[in-house]
Design a protein around this ligand. Sequence first.
Ligand code: FMN
Length: 195
Amino acid sequence: MDTVTAPLQVTLIIGSNRHGRFGPVVADWLLGRLRDREDLAVDVVDVARTALPTTFAPGPEATAALAEITPQLARADAFVVLTPEYNHSFPAGLKNLIDWHYAEWRAKPVALVSYGGLAGGLRAVEHLRQVFAELHAVTVRDTVSFHNAGASFDDEGRPKDPTGPDAAAKVMLDQLVWWGTALREAKEKRPYDGA
Ligand SMILES: Cc1cc2nc3c(=O)[nH]c(=O)nc-3n(C[C@H](O)[C@H](O)[C@H](O)COP(=O)(O)O)c2cc1C
């Protein structure tokens, strides 16, 4: 299969790492949307399962964590980042994962899915756009957000009204595929050499 028709390699990053977190419920729904698509091949990095130090510590723990995570980021053509909102921004653990890497983000598209209280994590999303711009990544316009997330899902972990989120996910993932395919083709012709 040539790269034009090969599925886009997408890494889903689960951004919350709080004990008792709600994140896996949203992540399971999102994984369903991603795996439904024949144009995507999906991989998952869960911040809660990474052991990246928050202080400079190039010891065996960091080395082992990076050995697992970095290749998953490097081989991605595109990313979907799932973030909750903590104190009007995204979690520190997610920022730590982002900051441990650089080249892995460059010239790749990022789709943002959020959840939280009244604001649905949208402030976290807008902060992430600034961070990814610095890393030469492009965030796609449309997002999926769950407002009052805990009340939006039933006891089986399904959205109580999936119509809106499913439609929003399709629009967002269509944009991600367009950008991911376009950038993959462009980089084959001309490697990205942004300063
Ligand atoms: C430390 C902390 C700060 C929070 N701050 C906000 C906030 O600023 N805005 C908001 O809408 N929700 C806020 N929330 C609610 C979270 O978005 C909500 O609990 C969400 O489920 C957290 O994701 P998690 O359960 O996967 O960790 C906060 C939650 C925590 C734990």
